[in-house]
Design a protein around this ligand. Structure first.
Ligand code: BEZ
Length: 219
């Protein structure tokens, strides 16, 4: 299917943008994003539909690892283009069948307002169901990392938690995170910006160094 002119005019949020504000109905009452989870990170994620298998595994994954998100000062916020009644029925069904309880708000985005605002509705994948998106939003309500997965591939919870912890650690220590970084690994020291800094880096034996532009340290 060709993209329509209307699709092209929708500006999806990008990394570094202020997270577009919205109000929405959720399984835990009405929310306004700008007032939700003050001074916390938000992991906002969409799923295509309630009562579907891959979505059930993913939502259960978020629920089962919620304590790890809590420990990272992060609120979970789900979304799909379903009604509140469908959400409530699904939450109850999964709880009765598996004992897993989705104890975080899930947006009922029946009018697709939030899905469109966040580019979760990708018409060449589905015109009616949100793709599997994850938005990492920092305490200043800035979008810091975005993932988009298609309908038929579930996300990886280890990677979502790893990416969240990497963002927070990068902010805290003003460092960058190398390939496959996980908690406890060395981090990348920002490269020098002047000749003086470069010479200081070359003379510094306290850090692990391939060359002046690639150096790691423990934190
Ligand atoms: C699922 O969650 O299983 C699913 C939902 C929509 C399309 C395909 C799979």
């Amino acid at each position: 299917m060709e993209n329509t002119l209307e699709d092209k005019q929708v500006q999806m949020p990008r990394i570094g943008d202020k997270a577009p504000d919205f109000t929405a109905k959720t399984t835990k009452g009405d929310i306004k994003l700008s007032e939700f989870a003050q001074e916390k990170w938000i992991v906002m994620f969409s799923h295509p539909a309630d009562f579907t298998p891959v979505c059930t595994t993913e939502m259960s994954g978020f629920a089962q690892r919620k304590k790890e998100f809590d420990a990272l000062n992060t609120e979970l916020l789900g979304l799909s283009i379903d009604s509140i009644h469908a959400h409530l029925g699904w939450v109850d069904n999964v709880r009765r069948n598996t004992g897993v309880y989705f104890d975080f708000p899930i947006i009922a985005d029946l009018d697709m307002k939030v899905s469109k605002l966040y580019g979760m509705l990708q018409p060449n994948e589905s015109e009616t169901a949100a793709v599997r998106a994850v938005f990492f939003i920092d305490p200043d309500k800035k979008v810091r990392l975005i993932m988009y997965y298609p309908l038929n591939v579930g996300r990886n919870m280890d990677e979502i938690l790893r990416a969240l912890e990497a963002l927070q650690t990068s902010d805290k220590y003003k460092v960058a995170m190398p390939l496959d970084w996980k908690k406890g690994d060395k981090v990348i020291v920002p490269p020098p910006k002047t000749l003086e800094e470069m010479d200081a880096r070359l003379a510094d034996d306290s850090i692990e160094k391939v060359d002046f532009y690639l150096a790691k340290k423990s934190i």
